[in-house]
Write a protein that binds this ligand. Structure first.
Ligand code: G1P
Ligand code: ZN
Length: 539
């Protein structure tokens, strides 16, 4: 029954910031997906006798990919697969199942917050036994081996029924189909005070959770409506769809349009929140009020004592270099270490495993803690609800009091999308060459205090990573430039900007950062090089 199929390599199977992401049609090319999976199997020394968690965010091609994966795993001697019912599993739930069952790894089929459907994107996230996505040394090895793959193994059998919970055998491999929500809920119940949250909703507290027609709809229904008692209908866009109903499942002010309409409308509920395609990102809103992800991380850190699982103390915190410095000010005040890492969740994993950090986050709407090794959208929401339940304050009050206490990092990100890759690479290379000459230079009232590439030396494994270019100013303002590692067409230049204020706390970020934005465009020659007058997306 095991067939060995001859194949020829594809040359573009390089994993980026969030696994391998490609246009769905690219993934659907003959043997493309199979080549990639077999290459991973080969690179990690085979999978004979190993156990893996498998699931996905339900996007187009998820069902077909999972069947291919099951047949390849059995043919390669995998001992057991733990699969989410109907192939669904959010990224954080997958990390939890992996850690709980001490499996050898997990495969989550998702392009995260990228749109789904035959004309959009598909992806593969591969995690090892740490529960987190594998380090660059492994992704580099996978890429190298993908260039020379010549065959793969697959079973020649009909599709496996994964619609019913239970255990079955396939040619010597055990397949356990699980409820993808149950373990996840249990894990969260061990962190937060669910009774306090039930009381909050009993008291008439209202919320809307936008699942964006993606994987967390059923998680949200179960947790917020069924268990905690939020009113029916609190979860919107709750049914996962293969094309996310045409939504771009990225929880931000631009793409979570329906939720924004509700939260900025007349009868806004007390609390608004959203997750991305695979459930690891989150957005937090109050009535007519947006919490920037960088502030959110800082606020959660400042309130760790309110949460049962953290009340006896936490290790340090970490943020990506592109994230605002807010959390580091809070950490300093609390006497904790604050680490700065390259963009991508995998850099937090070593810090968690070595007990250096408990909380971490990225400006790109990712927040999490060491309860798993991925960011966790619903965890962040429950944390915010817990702060509200404990303090009786609104999202806006909590945030503004935080600014009063520590000052405010005004923060904004510009994305210049669809740039020719050669143009983008040259822009970054030339900018890097130019950085030393910027030191001490004055742009109006802003004086450059340091301009250098961001280099991270991992304190645990000793690896060194360069990610992005940083220009710091004497007043604490910063500009970070980097190219996206998750796009599937052309290049995206991201420009992250921050300005620290202790007194003017209630201004518009865009307005506060307009001079910095001008300087950022000037330094990198964005207009002349890309032809773009304006960013395509502002978050
Ligand atoms: C983006 C985000 C980054 C995040 C990644 C995966 O990567 O910027 O923070 O870790 O998605 O969710 P980028 O496209 O910038 O490489
Ligand atoms: Zn995601």
């Amino acid at each position: 029954m095991i067939k060995t199929i001859s194949t020829t390599p594809y040359t573009d199977q390089k994993m980026g910031t969030g696994g391998l992401r490609k246009k769905t049609k690219v993934m659907m090319q003959p043997n493309y997906f199979e080549n990639f999976i077999q290459t991973i199997f080969n690179t990690i020394g085979g999978v004979k006798g190993k156990t893996y968690v498998v699931g996905g965010d339900g996007r187009y091609f998820n069902d077909i990919a999972i069947q291919k994966f099951i047949k390849m795993a059995a043919a390669n001697g995998v001992a057991k697969l733990i699969i989410g019912q109907n192939g669904y599993m959010s990224t954080p739930a997958g990390s939890n199942v992996l850690l709980k069952n001490k499996t050898n790894g997990a495969f989550i089929f998702s392009a995260s917050h990228n749109p789904g459907g035959i004309d959009n994107d598909f992806g593969v996230k591969y995690s090892d036994e740490t529960g987190g996505q594998v380090p660059t040394s492994i992704t580099d090895a996978i890429y190298k081996n993908s260039q020379s793959i010549s065959e793969y193994q697959i079973l020649d059998v009909p599709d496996v029924d994964i619609s019913k919970i239970g255990t079955q055998q396939l040619e010597g491999m055990t397949i356990e189909v699980i409820d993808p929500i149950k373990d996840y809920v249990e894990m969260l119940e061990g962190i937060f005070d669910f009774e306090a949250l039930k009381k909050l909703f009993k008291s008439g507290f209202t919320m809307k959770f936008d699942a964006m027609n993606a994987v967390t709809g059923p998680y949200g229904k179960r947790i917020f409506e069924e268990i905690l008692g939020a009113a029916p209908g609190s979860v919107i866009n709750a049914t996962p769809k293969p094309d996310f109903g045409g939504l771009h499942p990225d929880p931000n002010m631009v793409y979570a349009k329906e939720l924004i309409g509700i939260m900025y409308g007349d009868n806004a509920p007390d609390f608004g929140c959203a997750n991305d395609g695979d459930g690891d990102r989150n957005m937090i809103l109050g009535k007519k009020f947006f919490v920037s992800p960088s502030d959110s991380l800082s606020i959660l850190t400042d309130n760790y004592k309110l949460i049962p699982a953290y009340k006896n103390g936490i290790y340090g915190v970490a943020k990506s270099a592109a994230t605002s410095t807010a959390v580091c000010r809070t950490a300093k005040a609390l006497g904790m270490d604050c680490y700065e890492v390259p963009t991508g969740w995998k850099y937090f994993v070593n810090l968690m495993d070595s007990k250096r950090i408990t909380f971490c986050g990225e400006e790109s709407f990712g927040t999490g803690s060491s309860h798993i090794r991925e960011k966790d959208g619903i965890w962040a929401i429950l944390f915010w609800l817990s702060i509200i339940a404990a303090t009786g304050k609104s999202v806006e009050e909590i945030t503004k009091e935080h600014w009063k206490k520590y000052g405010r990092s005004y923060y904004i990100r510009f994305d210049f999308e669809g740039i020719d890759k050669a143009v983008a690479d040259k822009l970054m290379a030339d900018l890097e060459t130019k950085l030393p000459s910027l030191n001490g230079k004055k742009f109006g009232e802003y004086e450059v205090s340091e301009a250098a590439p961001f280099i991270y030396n991992d304190p645990v494994d000793g690896s060194s990573t360069k990610n992005g270019l940083v220009v710091k100013f004497a007043d604490g303002s910063r500009i970070v430039y980097r190219l996206s590692g998750t796009g599937t067409s052309g290049a995206t230049l991201r420009v992250y900007m921050e300005k620290f204020e202790q007194n003017h706390l209630d201004e518009e970020p865009l307005n506060m950062l307009k001079d910095i934005a001008k300087i950022a465009a000037e330094i990198a020659e964005i207009r002349p090089r890309t032809g773009k007058q304006q960013p395509d997306v502002i978050t």
